[in-house]
Design a protein around this ligand. Structure first.
Ligand SMILES: [Zn+2]
Length: 246
């Protein structure tokens, strides 16, 4: 196998590895997104439960106020019945005053109860809205989770496909060169092979020395960039535009 072909295989390997890394990066986002969706539903459910609790409190308060009011009304009725049995004007006046006070208190309590009932109407509206928001959130979450599952499957398929292609490309690179490639890849943010276009290394965007440029044109040896230490090749020499039509 010519060096040109080896360099092409390396170039291909590099592209596959970049694709794998890109895919892995996207796949990593899935569990993060899943957690966000779940948190959104949990927040909507919490809001619904809070509205429910507010309404429950209101209803409990209403029942308490109604019972109290009923007791007070019964008391007033009893006192009113007793008025007829009273013989002394002083006692009569005293009880009448008590009755007046109790009636006024009951009026205030009745107003309070009305306010609670009005508040309950608003709370019901709030609860309905929160319930609707919750079920909308749940439905959207379910749909998106299913979509994410489909994407996970798709990623799995693509990854399996890339692995097959990678094994094939790796076979075309001799073990020592492959080990060198892996070592540089680890040290250089996943990119071990860079094309030189013009006089510029695409790995670090710095110009290579003129002498090295001439060596690269021959494509007869494995060279590395003096600046970023990546394996470099001349794009024009390894994949000349004319070669594709030949
Ligand atoms: Zn470089």
């Amino acid at each position: 196998m010519s060096l040109r072909e080896k360099l092409k295989a390396l170039e291909e390997l590099q592209q596959i590895d970049l694709d794998v890394a890109g895919l892995a990066g996207e796949a990593e986002q899935i569990p993060i997104r899943r957690a966000q969706i779940e948190a959104g539903v949990a927040a909507a459910r919490k809001e619904y439960d809070a509205q429910r609790a507010r309404l429950d409190d209101n209803e409990r308060e209403q029942r308490g106020a109604e019972q109290l009011l009923q007791m007070e009304r019964d008391k007033v009725k009893k006192w009113e019945g007793r008025l007829g049995e009273i013989r002394t004007p002083r006692e009569y006046a005293a009880l009448s005053r008590e009755i007046d006070i109790a009636r006024k208190t009951n009026e205030t309590q009745t107003e309070g109860l009305k306010a609670l009932v009005a508040q309950a109407t608003e709370l019901h509206k709030g609860l309905d809205a929160a319930g609707e928001a919750l079920s909308e959130k749940e439905m959207a979450a379910e749909a998106e989770q299913a979509e994410l599952s489909a994407r996970e499957q798709e990623f799995g398929k693509k990854l399996a496909d890339l692995e097959v292609r990678r094994a094939d490309a790796a076979k075309r690179v001799e073990p020592a060169l492959l080990a060198r490639y892996e070592g540089i890849k680890k040290r250089r943010a996943g990119i071990a092979v860079a094309a030189v276009v013009g006089h510029t290394c695409r790995g670090c965007n710095r110009n290579i020395p003129p002498q090295l440029f001439i060596v690269l044109q021959r494509a007869e040896s494995i060279e590395t960039c003096p600046n970023c230490n990546r394996i470099i090749y001349s794009a024009a020499a390894v994949s000349p535009p004319a070669a594709s039509s030949a």
